[in-house]
Design a protein around this ligand. Structure first.
Ligand SMILES: Cc1cc2nc3c(=O)[nH]c(=O)nc-3n(C[C@H](O)[C@H](O)[C@H](O)COP(=O)(O)OP(=O)(O)OC[C@H]3O[C@@H](n4cnc5c(N)ncnc54)[C@H](O)[C@@H]3O)c2cc1C
Length: 447
């Protein structure tokens, strides 16, 4: 079995997992592998501006700080994201508060120094790429869509849509929920599944709203037809990111999808239909500012939510999947944090097992990660079930249960926010056979 330290590492996907993995590998491996080269291949020609805003939990912020990304976000000023002390929950029916998920303790301090933050995805990507630019051994190549690949004895090879190929001693698939690395060669039988739920997202200028804003920084507004998340996404509160989480049949997806190349009339019809969809579901809310957002001319974009069950194969001999490529769970505020944890833990294990075969590195990583991910996936599924359409009575019950659920999970949530992947104890490589025989020889001699 090959024990050559990987010097030429290829990462597929310049999303959260891919960039975090490149930064973390550079930090952990460079002291041991001076000629290390990490190349990230990304299918988009430029950074994608779609995707709206993302909430970062205290764990995600801690890990972004360790990678140098949080400083970059802070340097961007108000655009670097809105601080989120709590996500307040409200009933859309009655307008009353239901509870809150607090990112601060009783003294107003964040967990381990970090609270929550809501930031536009594009802003987070720019901050991550700025840190990459300072690293000497990371290169990002845009416009390279992976369409296939295979493992040879001494390397893993990727095929791109443009007919070119690239290879590495180690290939890391961080290419998200529809990962080509997973579906084309690591685990061909594991495509992403549609969850039956979708996000309808829009960004609204705060100064276009006349009604009072009922939340401080972030809110989740609950109804029996789904929920609407409304949150500032910049420090000055100039913009509100709104995302409705709703049940949507698979058939309806094709009718509502905006695609490049569609004519103006089709795009206009889809935009109007999506606005109508939102109004039908949430138009009767007692929360004035939500009602105003719903009735505004905002363009709502549809993001179907897919999942990848975590039970399948994550690795081969020279290729491994991290982040959503391995285990996309219906998104919750922690999803990006899991992608960051993956990147940091894998890099630390690779550095510690640097003299071992890659298959042992992969086994050690999976033994550390599988149970956590399986638990998180189940919890995430349970949470998402609550967004399916419900009857009147079930809807009331959901509101009541929600406040109970938030309270009863408070300590588990807060304990999870203290997690630090840079400090987690790692397994140790088994001593090599040579070392074992040397030890027994020495022991026999002293007897
Ligand atoms: C609507 C929505 C809202 C969400 N909100 C939150 C939130 O508030 N908080 C949170 O923590 N998480 C949230 N998530 C989940 C979070 O976005 C993901 O868990 C996280 O982005 C996973 O990171 P990743 O790097 O694994 O995948 P991605 O972020 O999907 O990145 C994958 C990258 O690979 C590239 N790629 C894909 N295919 C190829 C290919 N064939 N060749 C080359 N490159 C390729 C993509 O272009 C992309 O850059 C949300 C998810 C969705 C869908």
């Amino acid at each position: 079995m090959d024990t050559i330290r990987p010097r030429n590492i290829v990462i597929v996907g310049a999303g959260i997992a891919g960039i975090a993995c490149a930064l973390s590998l550079s930090k952990e491996l460079t002291p041991f592998v001076p000629d290390l080269m990490i190349t990230v291949y990304e299918r988009h020609d430029i950074l994608s501006t779609s995707g709206g805003a993302i909430n970062l939990t205290p764990v995600a912020q801690r890990h972004l700080a360790q990678l140098g990304v949080l400083d970059e976000l802070d340097r961007m000023g108000p655009e670097g994201g809105a601080d989120v002390d709590a996500i307040e929950l409200f009933s859309m029916r009655s307008g009353r508060p239901i509870g809150s998920i607090d990112f601060t303790d009783h003294n107003g301090n964040g967990f381990g120094g970090y609270k929550g933050r809501r930031v536009m995805r594009i802003v987070l990507s720019v901050a991550m790429l700025t840190v990459v630019e300072r690293a000497k051994n990371i290169e990002i190549v845009f416009g390279k869509k992976v369409v296939g690949g295979e493992e040879l004895e001494d390397r893993s090879v990727l095929h791109f849509q443009d007919g070119t190929e690239a290879s590495g001693d180690l290939v890391i698939g961080c290419d998200g929920v529809h990962s080509a690395v997973r579906t084309q060669f690591v685990d061909v039988g594991r495509p992403a599944e549609y969850t039956g739920l979708s996000f309808l997202q829009a960004t609204i200028d705060t100064n276009t709203l006349c009604s009072p804003i009922h939340f401080k920084s972030s809110s989740l507004n609950i109804s029996r037809h789904g929920s609407i998340l409304a949150s500032y996404c910049d420090r000055d509160g100039d913009q509100i990111f709104a995302a409705a989480i709703v049940q949507f049949s698979q058939d309806a997806l094709s009718r509502y999808r905006l695609e490049p190349g569609q004519d103006w009339a089709t795009q206009h019809r889809i935009r109007c239909a999506l606005r109508e969809e939102i109004r039908d579901r949430f138009g009767k809310t007692s929360l004035p500012c939500i009602r105003e957002m719903i009735n505004s001319k905002a363009d709502w974009m549809l993001y179907p939510v897919y999942q990848v069950r975590p039970g399948g194969r994550w690795s081969m001999n020279r290729t491994i999947l991290l982040g959503d490529a391995a285990h996309a769970m219906p998104p919750r505020d922690e999803s990006a944090a899991y992608a960051l944890d993956d990147a940091i833990l894998f890099s630390r294990i690779l550095a510690r097992y640097r003299s071992e075969p890659l298959t042992e590195v992969f086994d050690a990583y999976e033994s550390l990660r599988r149970d956590t991910i399986n638990r998180a996936f189940k919890e995430s599924r349970r949470m998402w079930e609550r967004n399916r359409d419900m009857g009147l009575f079930e809807g009331r019950l959901k509101e009541w249960m929600m406040s109970f659920h938030i309270k009863s999970h408070e300590s588990a949530r807060e304990a999870a926010w203290e997690f630090d992947a840079t400090k987690m104890a790692l397994p140790t490589p088994a001593p090599s056979e040579d070392l074992v025989s040397l030890n027994s020889f020495l022991r026999e001699r002293t007897l």
